[in-house]
Design a protein around this ligand. Structure first.
Ligand code: MF3
Ligand code: CO
Ligand code: CO
Length: 295
């Protein structure tokens, strides 16, 4: 399915990208993930948050398993098949499969691929970096997470990009609390990335999540004052910065999904699903004992 271009006026309140961001490129293109956005922010009850945690845990366990399989020679198709097996064996559905026509169960984004790389019969090579993005729908609720893994030994530049991208996500998660403007997330991420001369992707964003894979609010990863809306207990959203070694701009390949960097330099990404609580945050895709990371 081609990426839709949304004319002015249709790209309304919930949809982002109607203004120039970090790349200064107008940002008229809208990710197909944004087609479900005709609804307002849906605050979740504690029961619903626990349900999202169950799908988030499953997605994370599958993600960790796939990460352990990453090595030179394995194909992204093999990773996809393993994800399908594990998610369905747990009684869940891989959320991406058939989502707006997406053909596979996970996204596998190698090197210059920013996001939405489609698993295929291509083997990983020593020195690659690969983002694996896993989303599971268990009992009607989605949980979404991703990590960038190193294939064997990678260049110091690639390792640094991956480390800084992880730092961007962790720093953004630490500020999540009631009354914080949503736009602060992008300010924190942009501040860290810019110190290293990296580009912050502004053509794809984080999103609310729950019974919908993607719903409001939009979570921008670049510096912006458009998200004056404040965080509220019961909001559940992803933060998923895509950080580029070079320019921020992206283009989508003819398959209608695969987004790559305009300069074909590396891009890395990490993602968690997070609930806003009465006094802070609850990372619903965390493993046991991991929450100290964001204390
Ligand atoms: N998991 C991606 C996200 O973080 C969305 C993938 S949509 C797909 O929002 F259709 F490409 F799978
Ligand atoms: Co997401
Ligand atoms: Co994701």
């Amino acid at each position: 399915m081609p990426i839709p271009y949304v004319p002015d006026g249709l790209n309304g309140a919930g949809a982002p990208l109607s203004f120039p961001g970090a790349s200064g490129r107008g940002g008229r293109r809208v990710c197909p993930c944004l087609l479900e956005w005709a609804v307002r922010v849906i605050l979740k009850s504690q029961r619903e948050i626990e349900a999202i945690r169950r799908s988030g845990r499953l997605a994370r366990e599958v993600l960790e398993h796939l990460g352990s399989m990453v090595r030179p020679g394995i194909t992204t198709l093999e990773l996809d098949e393993e994800a399908y097996r594990r998610i369905t064996a747990a009684g869940a559905v891989p959320s991406p499969l058939n989502y707006n026509g997406y053909p596979k169960s996970i996204c596998t984004s190698i090197n210059e691929v920013v996001c939405h790389g489609i698993p295929e019969r291509r083997a990983l090579r020593e020195g690659d970096i690969i983002n694996i993005d896993v989303t599971a729908n268990l009992e009607g609720f989605h949980g979404d997470c991703s990590k960038t893994f190193l294939v064997g030994e990678v260049s110091p530049a690639a390792a640094k990009l991956v480390d800084v991208t992880r730092e961007c996500l962790d720093a953004a998660i630490r500020i999540v609390a009631p009354d914080v403007p949503l736009g602060e997330i992008g300010n924190v991420i942009h501040g860290i990335a810019a110190r290293h001369g990296y580009g912050v992707v502004d053509e794809f964003c984080g999103h609310g999540i729950g019974r919908n894979f993607h719903e409001p609010p939009s979570i921008y990863h670049f510096r912006n004052d458009r998200s004056k809306k404040r965080m509220k207990p019961g909001m559940v959203f992803t933060i998923e910065p895509m950080i580029n070694e070079g320019v921020a701009g992206t283009r989508v390949l003819a398959d209608g999904w695969t987004a790559i960097t305009l300069d074909e330099k590396l891009s890395a990404q990490f993602e968690h699903t997070i609930a806003v609580t009465d006094d802070g945050r609850d990372v619903l895709t965390a493993l046991d004992g991991e929450s100290a990371t964001w204390a």
